[in-house]
Design a protein around this ligand. Structure first.
Ligand code: BDR
Ligand code: CA
Length: 312
């Protein structure tokens, strides 16, 4: 039986690849809906980009919802410097014509968890955690029904990418992240420590292009676009493909390894706000609340990703 998931996202080219990977993997994954949140770009663009990706994949029937347009407490911080003005720069795709659902993303998350059997719904979070935290605050009884939250966010050894101490998704809404990390729901975290190990090298991008489909071409153009920024920043041979790690973990958990540890979110200090304070070495007796992934077999990851995208 495929796992039922909701993808909460702020597309973003790497979000888009994650969504496509989920669509390409019906044996393992059933996508119940996509909930957009403000993050890489404002909400008006993330909800539109989510629909562009659905239409690219021929999934016009997918339910796409708009969620929170700003973080719980602070002003929205965006990342056009990485993802471009549209959030999906790299290739011009037509504006979507499929509808945006009328209800709010948070209501969809709450209603779905209320309706489905406990332990069946996995929440895949690819952006700031505002929608998830708002759902948990609105309807605390749903937390115990979540099968698992798998999220891209945070860092320990790699520390930060938007400030010296914080990763973007957590930094944008640390108060929301704190609610999610303290919720008690089973949590798997894909931090920069692992995403910085799945780099889009030239041969990997060309393998996507060589698929020879519209989707292979789009993925190659997207990664071409955002890797320029990352290669310059890190001096690396490619860019990290962050968000697809979340979906890949559902498909091939054996590609990844990590530790069950305590992770706390810094919400106070202006210097380190949004930091994931990860007790990787087991120094404290604070309760373990997350499986924090540290390593990945990157060749296996790219073989799987390219093979799956070729199905679409
Ligand atoms: C995360 O931030 C966004 O820019 C990416 O889409 C990813 O979710 C990486 O820090
Ligand atoms: Ca994202």
């Amino acid at each position: 039986m495929p796992r039922k998931i909701i993808i909460d996202t702020d597309p973003g080219q790497d979000d888009a690849v994650a969504i496509l990977l989920a669509f390409a993997s019906p044996e393992e994954i059933e996508v119940l809906g996509i909930t957009a949140v403000a993050g890489n770009v404002p909400l008006a663009l993330t909800q539109k980009n989510a629909r562009i990706v659905c239409e690219l994949a021929g999934r016009r029937e997918m339910k796409v919802f708009a969620g929170c347009d700003k973080p719980l407490v602070q002003k929205l911080v965006t990342a056009e410097h990485v993802h471009g003005k549209t959030g999906l720069d790299g290739i011009a795709l037509p504006d979507p014509t499929m509808p945006l659902q009328e209800s709010h993303a948070v209501d969809f998350i709450v209603e779905t968890l209320r309706q489905e059997m406990p332990g069946t719904i996995t929440l895949c979070a690819l952006g700031p955690l505002t929608n998830l935290a708002t759902a948990f605050r609105t309807a605390p009884e749903i937390v115990g029904k979540v099968r698992e939250i798998v999220l891209m966010g945070g860092a320990y050894f790699e520390v930060g990418n938007i400030t010296p101490a914080a990763e973007f998704n957590i930094y944008v809404d640390p108060e929301a992240a704190e609610i999610v990390f303290k919720s008690g729901a089973p949590l798997t975290v894909m931090p920069l420590d692992v995403t910085h190990k799945v780099l889009t090298t030239r041969p990997r991008i060309e393998a996507m292009r060589d698929i020879g489909t519209e989707i292979g071409h789009a993925v190659a153009e997207w990664t071409d676009f955002f890797e320029r920024f990352d290669m310059e920043k890190y001096g690396s041979e490619g860019a990290p493909l962050h968000d697809p790690c979340v979906i890949a973990h559902l498909i091939r958990p054996g590609l990844f390894s990590g530790r069950h540890i305590n992770v706390e979110i810094e919400t106070g200090s202006p210097l380190t706000r949004g930091m994931t304070v990860a007790d990787w070495w087991g120094i404290t007796d604070r309760p373990k609340n997350a499986l924090f992934i540290g390593d990945v077999k990157s060749e296996g990851f790219y073989d799987m990703l390219t093979g799956r995208l070729a199905r679409l």
